[in-house]
Write a protein that binds this ligand. Structure first.
Ligand SMILES: [Fe+2]
Length: 217
């Protein structure tokens, strides 16, 4: 990825970007309209968001129909983002038929995916980005595996284009003032953990594009 690794972490810790960057597959307005809860430990940050009784966006409607042929109707959707220091983010995502108990723990009427992301810095402006996507339904279907791999690959291509442009904008405007919004809470905790770990290693600041820089949305 042609960007600093922290931009990738920022992007994954705030999935409201799906509404704008992935509008044809997993984006929907309820992402930025819904509440979220952030928690953290010394080495982890968790951001949890639920969207209740909504229309499923195209990617999730397809997956619901793969498990429940002919499905139509509303869903409860979740995103549970978990950062594990220094640079792994596992995301528990899915939808279930609305009102069937998914928020309380019964996901039997839904489809569930896990997105695993690990990022290794290469230079201050480039990173190695490893990802995989797992599902827990129709495991015998190579067709669904191939469709999911191609679909997620396309979605991540949209992230790459946006992140490359963001890095270029940062490089072109070194004195630009960045600011944080409340939806950056998860990413801000990640940066605090990383800065503390880097200080413990004897570095005086994080190798970010700009110290403390945040995404501008
Ligand atoms: Fe994305």
């Amino acid at each position: 990825m042609p960007c600093n690794y922290q931009l990738i972490l920022d992007n994954l810790m705030d999935l409201t970007h799906e509404e704008f960057v992935h509008s044809s597959s997993i984006g929907q307005k309820e992402l930025s309209e819904s509440e979220f809860v952030t928690s953290h430990t010394d080495t982890t940050v968790t951001v949890e968001r639920w969207m209740h009784d909504i229309e499923a966006p195209p990617f999730w409607l397809k997956n619901m129909r793969d498990k429940f042929p002919g499905f139509s109707g509303r869903v409860d959707r979740w995103q549970i983002i978990r950062f594990e220091a220094p640079s792994t983010i596992c995301i528990d995502v899915g939808v279930a038929k609305a009102g069937t108990g998914a928020p309380e723990g019964d996901r039997s009427q839904g489809v569930n995916g896990y997105v695993m992301n690990t990022i290794t810095p290469e230079t201050a402006r480039s990173s190695h980005y490893f990802w995989s996507f797992q599902r827990n339904y129709r495991l015998d279907s190579q067709l669904i595996t191939t469709q999911l791999r191609d679909g997620v690959h396309g979605v991540f291509g949209e992230d790459e284009a946006m992140l490359a442009a963001q890095q270029a904008a940062i490089d072109a405007n070194p004195d630009y003032e960045f600011y944080s919004l409340n939806i950056d809470a998860g990413g801000m905790w990640v940066r605090r953990i990383l800065e503390r770990m880097l200080l413990a290693e004897g570095r005086d600041h994080a190798p970010a594009p700009r110290r403390g820089a945040q995404l501008v949305r």
